[in-house]
Design a protein around this ligand. Structure first.
Ligand code: AMP
Length: 279
């Protein structure tokens, strides 16, 4: 992959990159379309498909995360992706003779709250694998989804701090017709869990309405308490966190106004879902 990337560079070809964990859906494909628009018809779009073990905690769903490379390859072909990069664990994290893998990339500011608090080793895995992928694919731009808002902010920070020579583009969240944010993990939502998962979207809407109807900023603590009650009225739902923060710095705000970003994580049964919105 790196050899191919360097040959593209020598030829002056524009390269756009979309990193994913596979089990692709329309949200991923919207990032592919965005990359295509940016690199043009003669440019190259690379999609990586890799379920990265280092970003999963020991109790998380790494082993049962949905995988279907044949289906992903078909979707990529239909989406005019030029190259799928699908490495295996031994290629990414060699254990072999030279002493194994021991270098990690850690962002120490933005990664502290929210997802980073609930999943302490998650972002270390994300920044490490994304740094590796950037070095392998050497794209001039990479497209990330606003679905993982904190992740996109951390990647932007990493790129700035470590002088990665590429541009990060953040694309909007794609949703199902009823408002559920598209996610590979939605596959876990069987039976009536699928309907209960709508509490995430409804919480975002409820908070947005509260903020927009109020003439003054609304205390974050009051909103959080109301939303927790609302969410946990769904029998299978348990709130992990809800946070209100400045969109650029991710710093939590004590009072919430138009333009504040809201993010939440909710367990629906055993499935942990996230969503976020600009209020
Ligand atoms: P994942 O395969 O879940 O690691 O996601 C790969 C990329 O797709 C990340 O940049 C995600 O933010 C993005 N993504 C996932 N779901 C959506 C969605 N519903 N809308 C837009 N982007 C998404």
């Amino acid at each position: 992959m790196q050899r191919l990337a360097r040959s593209w560079q020598r030829a002056g070809t524009h390269v756009g990159f979309v990193p994913t964990m596979g089990y692709l859906h329309a949200g991923h494909l919207s990032l592919v379309q965005r990359a295509r628009k940016l690199v043009g018809r003669r440019g190259k779009v690379v999609v990586s498909i890799y379920v990265n073990p280092t970003q999963f905690g020991p109790q998380e769903d790494y082993s049962r995360y949905p995988r279907d490379l044949a289906r992903d390859a078909r979707l990529c072909r239909e989406g005019a992706v030029d190259v799928i990069f699908a490495p295996d664990d031994e290629q990414m994290y060699a254990r072999g003779s030279a002493g194994g893998f021991s270098t990690f990339v850690v962002e120490e500011g933005l990664a502290r709250g929210m997802e980073g608090k609930s999943r302490p080793t998650h972002f270390r895995g994300v920044t490490t694998v994304v740094a590796k992928l950037f070095n392998i694919v050497q794209p001039e731009l990479a497209v990330f989804g606003a679905k993982d808002y904190q992740q996109a902010a951390i990647i932007q920070r990493m790129v700035r701090d470590l002088n990665f020579p590429l541009k990060i583009v953040v694309a909007p969240i794609l949703r199902e017709a009823d408002g559920l944010a598209m996610s590979s993990r939605n596959k876990y939502l069987v039976g009536d869990l699928r309907a209960q998962a709508l509490v995430l979207r409804r919480s975002l809407e409820k908070a947005r309405a509260a903020v927009r109807q109020s003439s003054r900023p609304v205390p974050a603590a009051r909103l959080k308490a109301g939303l927790k009650r609302f969410i946990e009225r769904a029998p299978a739902a348990r709130l992990d966190y809800v946070e209100f923060f400045e969109p650029g710095t991710l710093v939590p705000v004590p009072s919430v106004a138009r333009g504040t970003r809201m993010a939440l994580a909710v367990f629906i049964g055993k499935t942990r879902l996230i969503d976020n919105v600009r209020l």
